[in-house]
Design a protein around this ligand. Sequence first.
Ligand code: PMP
Ligand code: GLU
Length: 398
Amino acid sequence: MRDLSNRIENIEASAIMAISSKAAELSAQGLKVISFGAGEPDFDVAGHIKQAAIEAINLNYSKYTFAEGLPELRSELSVYLERRFGVSYSPSETIVTSGAKQALFITLQALCSEGDEIIIPVPAWVSYSEMAKIAGIVPLLAPTKKEKGFVLDPDDLRMALTPKTKALVLNNPSNPTGAVYTKEQLGALLETCLEEGIYIISDEIYSEFVYGNSQFVSMAASHAGAKDAVVLVNGFSKSYAMPGWRVGYAAAPQHIIDAMGIIQSHTVSHPSVVSMYAAAKALAHGEDFLEGTKTEYARRRKAMGDALSKIPGLGFSWPQGAFYFFVDIKGLVGKIAKGGQITGGISFANMLLEQSHVACVPGEFFGAADHVRLSYSSSFDEIMEGMERIAEFVGSLR
Ligand code: PMP
Ligand code: GLU
């Protein structure tokens, strides 16, 4: 038979999903695996959201709906975005998607032509560059510096810009670094993007999770005229602990939403109506649940950070947002473990999983060698046990 598409040749399967599968395999063999791998909230879905899904089934929400999503949910999104982030989008300026992943993917398809470039500040979540490549778009990686808190500034952006650049993909709060942009930092980036006529795809999926004195500001609220340039992406996987329900969304100027709707109408049609109905109820009555999860994440963050600070050879900054520690393991490179030598994040993560049964994600997949990402979306008890195992593993290195 003839070859598969050349689009697939340079694309990696999601390393995060692969680590989750490996951890699940070990668990199936009867081992007690602690997963600090995928950022998957361990909370159960709130009772009223589950009830809403049952209600949707009983009300026969079983037919197709509009490609841009269930009208009830688009109305709630419009209210929620104004209430929570002070950004004003009409229901028609929103689109509901099968997870934030699909919102990002169809945004790229709607904005970019074959051969256009997008700028991705690194370290970055693994899927942006692969999605771009699938869509025939060139991902340009713009390095950020640890000393600057992994925040991209307008000079870094200008260095990466070319006449073919269509968009900047900004993840705020950031997975994996935990960086949270201030309003001034966002405004400065936006000014540059408006001057250059490039869009900002603002992935705000961790918007509900910021800690200490940090404050989340939506890119669309950062600057006068922001809405012309911004495609705001968010979803229910993190904030409402509903990753398997596959509901995400985007808000953007009408002509962009219309273009995304056309793409969606020919691909998935729309997300599951049952999930969308339940998501509408989540927004209408979700504040208590959000407060509870935020407090618990803050507790887990403190426990993991305190434990990390006691392990020699590991470096980290306290994440201001999201639910990951991005740990510098340079101090351990060259050391010998039972299974071989630590040469970077990949070997560290493999040996930690095989010997201590703790899963984490190597920094190489985020564009930062000699790092690993630890997620604190697992339970408090698992965090305590997993950190003990990591301390023991690091202590055993020679
Ligand atoms: N953006 C970032 C930064 C993520 O970490 C993730 C992973 N959940 C997504 C988007 C995609 O989320 P969803 O489950 O809504 O597709
Ligand atoms: N986004 C989560 C993570 O970074 C879940 C896995 C994925 O969607 O890539 O762990």
